[in-house]
Design a protein around this ligand. Structure first.
Ligand SMILES: Cc1cc2nc3c(=O)[nH]c(=O)nc-3n(C[C@H](O)[C@H](O)[C@H](O)COP(=O)(O)OP(=O)(O)OC[C@H]3O[C@@H](n4cnc5c(N)ncnc54)[C@H](O)[C@@H]3O)c2cc1C
Length: 263
């Protein structure tokens, strides 16, 4: 395989009705929900930044098994009686135990965050996908992972998968020290946390300042970032202006500050 080849793989989209098996607060703002169900048979998520589209039952119906749409090429945007879909990272999948962990940032209002805040054993949701994977090889000299709390499930998964000879740096903005996660890895990892304190989650100024202070390491470096859309655009712009190889940068807007939130 050529050096640093990033492969894209498509998957058939499968819709699954899943039930809450366990609820665990990783930190005050990050809730890990273990989902289970026979529908998890055949679930496959080969890349750390894969996502599933989650649909949540209307309030008051969380205990009722949802009716599934057909699987097929195109992921449905709407399901009868359910919220609009929201994207989430498969944090851990155990095929034998039929378990899928999703880490939810409890950010406040929103169908996903609200569902997670009230999730109890036996509650249902529908998960579609992943519809595709972008598989980044582990042959880079260095990895840099940048983001806010929504990036942590993917970063945590990626660090857990890196081989011992890999070197990585994480730069993550969270509310405060109570939001730090252990993020275990066999690789050699430098973990940098930026605290935004009482500033809104969309305020990426601390993250950008910390990024500008970083010395990008020598050698071939893959840089991945995810968080609020505008913050991620600024991260990408900075990295491109700094002359980093554009093929080795992947930034994603994981959520968007709605205009009315800016008042
Ligand atoms: C590929 C991908 C993977 C993702 N993986 C994860 C994951 O594993 N865990 C995770 O928690 N999120 C993840 N996200 C982000 C998540 O999809 C969004 O945060 C989503 O908007 C949450 O939906 P909601 O229904 O709670 O809020 P929405 O109804 O979408 O939004 C309601 C309000 O909340 C604001 N808002 C949304 N998200 C946040 C936030 N994180 N912080 C502060 N304000 C917010 C919006 O601006 C809006 O005003 C991922 C996104 C993508 C694209």
């Amino acid at each position: 395989m050529p050096l640093h080849e990033i492969r894209k793989v498509r998957h058939e989209i499968v819709m699954r009705a899943l039930q809450v098996r366990a609820v665990h607060d990783v930190t005050p703002r990050m809730r890990r929900i273990t989902l289970t169900g026979a529908d998890l048979e055949g679930f496959h998520s080969p890349a750390a930044d894969d996502h599933v589209k989650l649909f949540f039952p209307a309030p008051g119906t969380a205990g009722t098994r949802p009716v599934l749409a057909q699987s097929g090429e195109k992921a449905p945007k709407h399901l009868e009686g359910m919220s609009k879909g929201r994207d989430y990272t498969p944090r851990r999948h155990d095929a034998q135990a039929h378990e899928l962990d999703i880490d939810f940032v409890l950010h406040g209002d929103g169908p996903a965050s609200t569902w997670a805040a009230h999730a109890a054993l036996g509650h249902w949701l529908v998960a579609g996908g992943p519809k595709g994977s972008r598989i980044v090889p582990d042959d880079f000299d260095n990895y840099i992972f940048i983001g806010d709390e929504t990036a942590l499930p993917s970063i945590g998964r990626r660090l857990g998968e890196l081989p011992p000879q890999a070197r990585a740096l994480t730069l993550v903005q969270v509310a405060d020290a109570g939001e730090h996660q252990p993020l275990p890895s066999r690789a050699s990892v430098e973990r940098l946390w930026v605290h935004r304190g009482n500033a809104p989650a969309s305020d990426g100024s601390g993250l950008l300042q910390a990024l500008r202070r970083l010395c990008l390491p020598d050698g071939d470096t893959f840089i991945w970032g995810a968080g609020e859309s505008r913050v991620m655009r600024a991260v990408r712009k900075y990295l491109e202006e700094a002359g980093h190889n554009e093929d080795w940068i992947k930034t994603s807007g994981y959520w968007k500050l709605h205009e009315e939130d800016e008042d």
